[in-house]
Design a protein around this ligand. Structure first.
Ligand code: ADP
Length: 547
């Protein structure tokens, strides 16, 4: 798992001599206490989801030691975060904030610039600052995981739901500002955040939304977690998927508990994909589909049994369609091709009406079948969806990490219109390029409404340089081909950030020039997460960092 590291350690920040680094780290140890500064000079261990490293990208796609920090620091307070930012400006050392670093498939805890100092905010700043039962909202620090928030709400016996992604160990704050999704009606995490507190790259502290208006006698504003935009430009957006500030706390809405019914609809024929999408669109626009349902492929029925691929197929290359069908036929859902996981919300009568509408709509697809949790064995994946879709965090989704040995994964995540012919264009690109590079296609389409996040999960063996090379090449070609058709990603691994950013080029790269203008104004020394989302500060721009 761990390859011996080469060269002198730790890897230094750019433009910094070892003597300068040692001097700077000494100062940092004085500010924080030596126990809160770790030098990254030991062997790298990939660990696993629950015990993930904060030294590098555990799901490395380049060499294991390509994207490493020089040190990891653990601030305990907002003042300490401000002090670290001032320290970074003084020494011109790049810093890279993470909340918990469970951003797996997108870079994990790795900084884009090797030798950066990683700020692991989550380890010590992990307080739930407030749960407001009446307003149905909370205020959290970066280290609050979905599990921790869930448990606190249970402990207090409140009739409130959180919204969790497929895997519940990540940071509520980190995921929201990286614009991740979950699956209850509150599944768009950034859209359901309310108010931020941010340390800017110059060390100043900013509150957004109603938080900018001081409450009575210096208290927090009483509507900070009630109204998002407040007055003037809505600033929050530029602190998501960016490197413009370090978010130290965030407000989040919680959903009042409600009745719910999960179900699965199966479709036997591969080629009905565009027709299924055509049926989803009006249901999503009318909000008959109340949450973020998923359309998956039958291969995931195999993968979520937690069995390795070799149990199903030992030939070379991707598992053929007919072999998938053959094995699917022996599983609870039968010989299916596409599988739609949905959940409806409300009281029993309203859920029954909604299910009727949905059943009727999908009955236009030959062989479509609707099943409920009681129709399926206790270990079927649908039972895990019941939890996720009613705000209960789980780890079940990690099961497909058994698919290949030393499995790691990488996400290709284009935004696709909820329109059959467009979805088919992207699907065809993905199918063809997976075949070309020899990967199983593992797609999940998360339906938001007018668009679907088409999440392709490339699962590869991270001990194989050849597989890593092929995975990266497949990514680049998918990004380029999708962009040529007008489709772009909503998020990507740090190694592909430049490429994805460069596809958003309308108007002679007007958007990137705008981002760079903001970046240079806020961060003249270029210390905060240079290269994150393809945004490079002036100091780094055009010097060979972009890839
Ligand atoms: P998770 O919190 O889900 O474990 P991360 O902590 O890895 O995920 O956050 C995802 C990404 O978002 C990070 O790689 C980092 O670039 C950015 N990020 C996370 N937390 C913060 C924060 N508090 N301030 C600024 N950027 C952050």
């Amino acid at each position: 798992e761990s390859v011996p590291r080469q060269g002198e350690l730790p890897v230094l920040p750019p433009d910094t001599t070892r003597a300068e680094f040692n001097q700077a780290i000494g100062e940092l140890q004085q500010i924080l206490g030596t126990e809160h500064v770790d030098i990254n000079d030991k062997p790298l261990v990939d660990g696993w989801y629950v015990e993930h490293p904060n030294t590098h990208d555990a799901f490395h796609i380049a060499l294991q030691d390509d994207l490493v920090s020089s040190a990891v620091v653990y601030p305990g307070t907002v003042e300490e975060v401000q002090a670290i930012v001032r320290w970074a400006n003084k020494h011109k050392i790049p810093i890279y904030p993470i909340s918990m670093g469970r951003n797996i498939g997108y870079g994990g805890t790795a900084p884009r610039v090797p030798g950066s100092v990683v700020l692991d905010l989550g380890r010590r700043m992990n307080r739930i600052l407030n749960v407001d039962a009446e307003n149905a909202s909370c205020l959290v620090e970066p280290g609050v995981s979905y599990f921790a928030l869930y448990e606190e709400i249970q402990r207090r016996g409140l009739p409130l739901w959180i919204d969790t992604p497929d895997v519940g160990g990540g940071s509520v704050l980190g995921n929201a500002i990286d614009r991740g999704v979950g699956y209850t009606p509150y599944g768009d995490h950034f859209a359901n955040h309310c108010g931020l507190e941010i340390v800017l790259p110059n060390g100043e502290l900013l509150r957004t939304g109603m938080g900018a208006l001081p409450g009575r006698e210096g208290a927090d504003n009483p509507t900070w977690q009630s109204f998002q935009p407040a007055y003037g430009p809505y600033a929050d957006g530029i602190f998501s998927q960016s490197n413009f500030g370090i978010v130290v706390c965030m407000g989040m809405w919680l959903m009042p508990e409600v009745g719910h019914q999960s179900y699965v609809i199966t479709f036997p024929r591969e080629e009905d994909f565009p027709d299924i999408v055509e049926i989803i669109r009006p249901l999503a626009q009318q909000r008959v589909l109340g949450n973020i349902p998923q359309l998956r492929h039958a291969i995931q029925e195999l993968a979520t049994t937690a069995k390795p691929k070799s149990d199903f197929y030992t030939g070379p290359g991707p598992i053929p369609r007919d072999v998938i069908q053959q094995h699917a036929a022996t599983l609870p859902l039968g010989a299916v091709s596409w599988v739609f996981y949905g959940t409806q919300y409300g009281d029993a009568a309203s859920i029954a009406t909604q299910l009727d509408i949905i059943r009727k709509a999908f009955s236009a697809i030959p062989g479509a079948k609707m099943l409920f949790p009681e129709d399926l064995p206790a270990d079927h994946y649908l039972h895990s969806r019941v939890h996720v879709c009613s705000g209960v965090p789980v780890l079940r989704e990690l099961d497909w990490l058994n698919w290949v040995p030393n499995a790691a994964h990488l996400f290709f995540s284009p935004i696709v219109p909820t329109r059959g012919k467009d979805a088919q264009v992207v699907h065809d690109i993905v199918v063809r390029l997976h075949a070309k590079y020899g990967f199983d296609l593992i797609p999940t389409l998360c339906v938001a409404g007018r668009e679907m996040h088409y999440i392709v999960n490339i699962v590869y063996d991270r001990s194989s340089l050849d597989e890593k090379r092929r995975a990266a090449a497949c990514m680049r070609e998918m990004i380029a081909e999708a962009a040529a058709e007008g489709f772009g990603e909503y998020r990507t691994h740090i190694l592909f950030a430049d490429m994805v950013a460069s596809t958003y080029s309308w108007g002679d790269n007007a958007l990137m020039r705008f981002n760079e203008t903001i970046k240079d104004a806020l961060d003249p020394n270029g210390i905060l997460a240079p290269g994150r989302n393809g945004i490079w500060p002036r100091r780094f721009r055009g010097k060979g960092w972009e890839i």
